[in-house]
Design a protein around this ligand. Sequence first.
Ligand code: BGC
Length: 782
Amino acid sequence: MKKLQFIGMSFVAMTLVSCGPSLPQLGKNTIDEVIAAMTLEEKARLVIGTGMEGTSGDSAIVGETKGLVPGAAGTTYPIPRLGIPGIVLADGPAGLRISPTRDNDTATYYCTHFPIGTVLASTWNKELVENVGKAIGNEVLEYGADVLLAPALNIHRNPLCGRNFEYYSEDPVVSGKIASAYVKGVQSNGVGTSVKHFAANNQESNRKSNKVHVSSRALREIYLKGFEIAIKESSPWTVMSSYNYLNGTYTSESKELLTTLLRDEWKFDGMVMTDWFGGSDAVAQMNAGNDMLQPGLPKQYDAIVKGVQNGTLDEKVLDRNVKRILNLIVKTPRFKGYAYSNKPDLKAHAAVTRQSATEGMVLLKNDGQALPLSNAIKNIALYGCTSYDFIAGGTGSGNVNRAYTVSLLDGLNNAGYTVDGNLKDLYEKYNADFYAEQAKVKNEDRLAQYLPKKRPAELVLPVSDLNNQALKSDMAILTFGRGSGEFVDRSSSDFTLSSEERQMLENVCKAFHACHKKVVVILNVAGVIETSSWKDKPDAILLSWLAGQEGGNSVTDILSGKVSPSGKLTMTFPEKLEDVASTKNFPTDGTYVSFDADTKDKQHEVRNWDYTDYEEDIYVGYRYFDTFHKNVSYPFGYGLSYTQFSYSQPEIKFENGSYVLTLQVKNVGKASGKEVVQLYVSAPSNTSLVKPEKELKDFTKTGELKPGESQTVTLKVAVSDLASYDEAHHSWLVDEGEYQFKIGASSRDIRASVSAEVKGLKQETSNILLLKTPLDRLTYIK
Ligand code: BGC
């Protein structure tokens, strides 16, 4: 960790001098002494943020603060007389989000746009994610922020959730372990993180009032598990509660969630803050253990002061929350007086994002070794508006104000490929005209600038032109793009290719295949799309996701063969949207979020808007597809490489409460590459609770193996992690019997298996977060 430097006198020393020695000072006196010297008004101010400039109501827009670090999401209230500085909280998962320019200042404050969360997870490489976290945390530190509002690890319950791009996976073990690596990396800089959005914030539609109805089994096994892993493994400084209700109570007002579970069961000892403007009852939030309300509203201040005065809020509870905030503040660089430079090494970080994005891309198809491009390929016919206007990341608080985005055109040019000049002119003009028209459309909606930008419809070029280009060029690349962002879910039409995209794909493939030339499709998409109806057409499909500001270079590193692809899917690509078990209980029309308070009475509540029934229960992603034997387009854990790997038979031993599997992975192909190895466990068929056919329990990734090279890898699962949640006895339950430990290259490509006799185990938990409405839960009948 880089040593913190101090500007002459720290904040503490300075305030001591100016305020006189008689008042307790944070850092010098105990926190309890400081709290004892605080007035009720100061306490109430500290537990709410300092508000957002230009906003007095609930309709503020993220990142509007102009205070200490312009463009940061929030600050805390400073109390100089007691040596308490304001600290800075800033988004987000793909890099620090602050304003790139400042009033009366010619300097720029760009940050690195790293790959989106889904790309990081698709690397399945904890070390790499930790390194990305280190680089992000360094920008947090050097730009003067204190807590990064990330990682975001909600489950990909449905492919259409607008913020899936920020999140990691449909699986909680992947989510939890990737989040832990990220937290460790960021916090190694001496700055904090906030794991969010706790919990079950799985849709954007009506997110501030949506009532999630979910069984406690699905909650514990799927929606809370990732948080549990991240919190226990990496000790984030803070947790952010979510917007939604959870089984009848706003998460930010739920004592069961924020105290009984988070602190008493999981032993979290950091601070909890709300999501921005989350919840409605400040006193209930204080009582629940939601220590800080962000960004802070006058009505919350009034409610807290009044609550203490009228006895609905015990001042001891307020003091407890204040103490947790002060405990956070004393850890921050701002409190310690760190002299931040405003000059992080953006060049070095560009290299980090380029390499990490490359490792998270997933090669879905590669027939006839279309990739890597052979040395004979020099001239490329580059199709698709997105090839010339690459999408770096999603919108909303997950966006990063970067200095540039490398398009696929730039990436190919940088690597020495020539791109058909007529096509380039045509697409660039088409895109420019479209955006010029868009700029003229006056949108009164303040939210509009934060929504995913409208993209032009795909250009359909005349067949005769395509035939000519096929004669002139060595191959074709066609990119399909899909943005996504906060405040709105994707729609079902966004999930499928448009008629223009289909037509282009069809025609380009016909023209180039007639000349025996290859066609490669790049998916520059924020989330899962339909692939089964068209994947037979191109020779290769590379899923680049939204790969950050170096995206075009990262894709080209794979196309050229500089790097062998090693990303694997952290979610299933279904054949159809309707195949996903949650789709019938998910808003599929892409309606914008509303900031208006929910005024509907119970009878008029709208399904999937006012409330969402998680009827699919524990059957999320591959847990559903594999248990119910449904065909998929690409399974969970899938991804091709330029080489192949063989797996030896694993050895299994039992050590300190865990099963430890060891095996050799060998590169048996002709190129160098890395392999992701997955450990799934299938329980015996007679368990007292019905279980998914198999569940991921651990994963690892080899280093770069040369052809012929092997590596011994180790995977581990604790007996307690074999448990399912038994609602009837509110316990984690492991039934005894013979369990299968399966080593897979994907959830549908099991390479080796061993079994072990497992002894039963039962661990009682508190009986909380219970469903209050009946739910028609999906179950598997053997
Ligand atoms: C988002 C959070 C974000 C916060 C602050 C909210 O709208 O849901 O993820 O951290 O704004 O910008």
